[in-house]
Design a protein around this ligand. Structure first.
Ligand SMILES: [Zn+2]
Length: 470
């Protein structure tokens, strides 16, 4: 998953306010790695790594394995494990100091389904056009996968020897069931840190294509569904009873609908609001972001942020009714009424805690609220703003995209990071890829990535991976 951090309002930043990098030295060139990124990306896009019959995730992982083995990895250091119709991948580059816990680079090789009929270009035929690489998985996230693999191979080509073991890992069902995501995190829970190349990333200014800002993702809200259910004995509608399942459910939903969870501010969202405010073009919103960062109890600021769809999810837990059903005949008292309430839980709260809160808010005798989320989601804490990570990405981006503002973000959707964080491993979304908001087609039609990302991306990864493993 790759979710843009910002609202559309941030995309229309007035020209001229972007921090312009002064005269900068040309980026270092890595011709072999640059060629490999494009070549490998195209080969990966051509394979239909979609859940179900004909899933080619295993074949795609074999391509990455072949590239690593040609680059110096021993075949037995690159493991591909089939699971159902997919597979996961763990490649190990042993460090010279076995006492150090490994650095994990995390991604996924599966993609969201794409129907060729809907696309202008065939989704599984990689096409380079006008400086973009088109194809399903180009932005989410086969290009990033190729960048990470090619960067590691380049480091090895240069004779680099990591002190800390570096593990490159791909799950095979991040977009669907996350079964392999969970397995991989469990296997690698001894990691020192995870760099998730499927999260975070940079935004380019629409007009000029210059970097506007880059964010790293340090936390995710927890996705959770709750089933609300009221059952009554029922009977003939000509003889109403005092209780009515539909009315009881409707009353409970009305209470939940008008309820607001407590405002919350974490060190990470505080930094986000403080720094993102400078890119918000609406002065009232920008003021509210600064005021909320200073005092989450500021009622006016909170009301302004809650009224905006881009920010309502960043100030606390939200729960909303998404489905409803009930009754079985037009002339019968309802025996059963149900609803689904979908919550996005602010990091730091358990699923059960929110369930109990909904129960209190509904205050409806006879209403049963149960957790209806499967094992495809898990509550996860925010990762701390670690100085080793922050200084390494700051340095790496300073070399690759000098002058670009950097700040943390909290995602409202989920990535493989949640499985690591739930196990106590710090995980950071830190993709090197920049895109314009108007080019953000992840999960959608005509997905694309700008090839201008290759050169700075390699500079970024070579710096970051060296710093975190030396
Ligand atoms: Zn993804």
């Amino acid at each position: 998953m790759r979710l843009k951090t910002f609202a559309v309002s941030l995309a229309v930043l007035a020209a001229g306010t972007a921090p312009l990098a002064a005269k900068t030295a040309p980026l270092a060139a890595y011709p072999l790695a640059e060629a490999q990124v494009l070549d490998l990306s195209k080969q990966l896009i051509a394979l239909r790594t979609v859940r179900g019959a004909g899933n080619q995730t295993g074949a795609a992982l074999e391509l990455v394995k072949a590239a690593l083995v040609a680059g110096g990895w021993r075949a037995d250091q690159v493991e591909i494990t089939p699971v159902d119709d997919t597979a996961y991948f763990i490649a190990t580059w042993p460090g010279s100091d076995p006492k150090l816990k490994p650095l994990v680079i995390s991604g996924h090789m599966d993609v969201v389904e794409a129907d060729p009929e809907d696309w202008t270009r065939d989704p599984f035929t990689p096409i380079v056009e006008n400086g973009y690489l088109f194809g399903r998985g180009s932005s989410d996230m086969k290009f990033d996968a190729a960048m990470a693999a090619s960067s590691l191979i380049e480091l090895r080509r240069q004779g680099y020897r990591p002190k800390r073991t570096i593990i490159l890992q791909f799950s095979g069902d991040e977009e669907t069931t996350m079964k392999t995501s969970r397995i991989v995190a469990e296997r690698l829970k001894h990691a020192e840190m995870v760099i998730n190349i499927d999260g975070g990333g940079g935004t380019l200014e629409e007009g000029t294509g210059k970097p506007l800002y880059w964010t790293w993702q340090g936390a995710e809200k927890t996705y959770n569904d709750y089933l609300l259910e009221v059952t009554n004995p029922g009977g003939h509608s000509s003889a109403p009873r005092p209780d009515n399942a539909i009315v009881q459910l409707a009353t409970a939903l009305e209470r939940i609908g008008s309820y607001r969870f407590a405002p919350e501010l974490s060190p990470l969202t505080k930094a986000y609001f403080e720094q993102a405010a400078q890119f918000e073009t609406d002065p009232q919103l920008a003021g509210a972001m600064r005021a909320f960062a200073a005092n989450p109890g500021d009622a006016a600021a909170l009301a302004t942020l809650r009224a905006n769809q881009a920010y309502v999810g960043k100030v606390g837990t939200t729960c909303v009714a998404t489905m409803v059903g009930g009754g079985h005949a037009q002339n019968a008292l309802p025996q059963r009424a149900t609803a689904n309430v979908n919550c996005r839980i602010f990091p730091g709260h358990s699923r059960e805690e929110i369930r109990a809160e909904l129960e209190r808010v509904a205050a409806m005798p006879g209403l049963k609220i149960s957790d209806a989320t499967g094992d495809e989601s898990v509550a996860s804490p925010a990762s701390p703003m670690r100085t080793d990570f922050v200084s390494a990405v700051t340095k790496a981006l300073g070399k690759a995209r000098p002058g670009t503002p950097i700040f943390p973000s909290q995602a409202s959707g989920a990535t493989d990071s949640m499985w690591y964080r739930a196990l106590g491993v710090d995980s950071y979304g830190a993709s090197a890829t920049f895109s314009k908001d108007s080019d953000d087609y992840a999960h959608g039609l005509n997905e694309r990535v700008a090839l201008s990302n290759i050169k700075p991306g390699l500079v970024y990864y070579l710096s970051l991976l060296t710093d975190l493993s030396k």
